[in-house]
Design a protein around this ligand. Structure first.
Ligand code: IPM
Ligand code: MG
Length: 405
């Protein structure tokens, strides 16, 4: 099974220069080291296309990654593995052992999306989502960075008024491997009255809060120096400890201005005045919800990439959108979130900032040239499908001309 899905692809162009990896990391994590062959660097990337629009957007992002890498002296070996519904159909589990090993052995993992109607009624442990949650746990990717930036080109695609949306540039730092998503006890049981009861546990140990808080402080330090910690400390004990630990760490980051906000207020403030936020840090479930909300400020959930990072192992990079089964296979998906996730893979996962910048600039050029998929289309722009958008970005990757924003 694994062998059938495996592909090793070499880039067409032989890169000319070798650049040292030192001092290139953009995040408070160790970047992965490349194996050097004469004149170039090589990384192993696991591709997990998944379900719905996942395969369409990942195949485009792979080409963009390869092209940007080849122009900066970086080669990739890609290995494609099943996850989610695709894996359920193939081998009966949402995260096969072979996929776990491939992901762990690689330098970075690029994921499309998982899920679909077909598997919606599966038992909990046989749902596609289970595969993604297990993968996050296996890779120990506790820090999830979800940037939401309103690009000037897309300000009119936002559902918010121009003056509210314009200039928004925020980063949600979501704790990804703890909290109510993983807490025990959990389950559905029958109580003494014979009634069914569903229950979950929101639980955070001090070390889990400290490590995500440190990532958030470091992230804020590299941005505009403002960190807002979001919790529900007026009700939940797990949030009381969260606030206490985050507050205690603040003295180590005197250059970062820390504030706290209850999650209900944060949800309101995000649509009232999103520009007040720079970096936000929050638990797993609040981060899930707030990052979807933040994405809509930017115009479309189809624009938002994410990086999930561990202390030292490979990172997991994925668009924050779902598998969109309603448009799957119709060449309608927006590939930009996955393309931008590939840029995050280069920047945060491999420390290859120049190649990452090429991709980011190429996306801006394609947008500047007026190309839009359906989700970000507005009058006067050119409506294109997923493939054509990918081709436009690929063309622009080669361009040395910096995008004018
Ligand atoms: C996300 C998704 C996942 C989550 C689902 C698919 C399990 O909504 O990455 O935001 O809840 O974390
Ligand atoms: Mg979500």
């Amino acid at each position: 099974m694994a062998a059938a899905l495996q592909t090793n692809i070499r880039p067409v162009k032989v890169p000319a220069t070798f650049r040292a990896l030192s001092e290139q990391s953009s995040a408070p994590f160790r970047v992965r080291c490349a194996v050097a062959s004469p004149g170039n660097k090589r990384y192993n990337i696991t591709l997990l296309p998944g379900d719905g629009i996942g395969p369409e957007v990942v195949s485009i992002a792979k080409n963009v990654l390869q092209q940007a890498g080849s122009l900066e002296g970086v080669e990739f070996s890609f290995r494609e593995m099943p996850i989610g519904g695709a894996a359920l159909d193939l081998v009966g589990v949402p995260l096969p052992e072979e996929t776990i090993s491939a992901a762990k052995e690689s330098d970075a993992v690029l994921l499309g999306a998982i899920g679909g109607y077909k598997w919606d009624n599966n038992e909990k442990h046989l749902r596609p989502e289970k595969g993604l949650l297990q993968l996050r746990a296996c890779l120990k990717v506790f820090a999830n960075l979800r940037p939401a930036t309103v690009l000037p080109q897309l300000v009119d695609a936002s559902t918010l008024k121009r003056e509210v949306a314009e200039g928004v540039d925020l980063m949600v730092v979501r704790e990804l491997t703890g909290g109510i998503y993983f807490g025990e006890p959990r389950g559905i049981k029958t109580n003494e009255n014979g009634e069914e009861v569903g229950f979950n546990t929101e639980v955070y140990a001090a070390h889990e809060i400290d490590r995500i808080a440190r990532v958030a402080f470091e992230t804020a330090r590299k941005r505009r120096g403002k960190l807002c910690s979001v919790d529900k400390a007026n009700v939940l004990e797990a949030s009381i400890l969260w606030r206490k630990r985050v507050t205690a760490l603040a003295s180590e980051y005197p250059d970062v201005e820390l504030s706290h906000m209850y999650v209900d207020n944060a949800a309101m403030q995000l649509v009232r005045d999103p520009k007040q936020f720079d970096t936000m840090v929050t638990n797993n479930i609040f981060g899930d919800i707030l990052s979807d909300e933040a994405s809509m400020i930017t115009g479309s959930i189809g624009m938002l990439p994410s990086a999930s990072l561990s202390d030292s192992g490979p990172g997991l990079f994925e668009p924050i959108h779902g598998s969109a089964p309603d448009i799957a296979g119709q060449d309608k998906a927006n590939p930009l979130a996955t393309i931008l996730s590939a840029a995050m893979l280069l920047k945060y996962g491999l420390g290859e900032e120049k190649a990452a910048k090429r991709i980011e600039d190429a996306v801006l050029v394609a947008l500047n040239n007026g190309f839009r998929t359906g989700d970000i289309y507005s009058a006067g722009t050119k409506l294109v499908g997923c493939k054509e958008m990918g081709e436009e970005v690929l063309k622009s990757v080669d361009s040395q001309v910096p995008a004018s924003v």
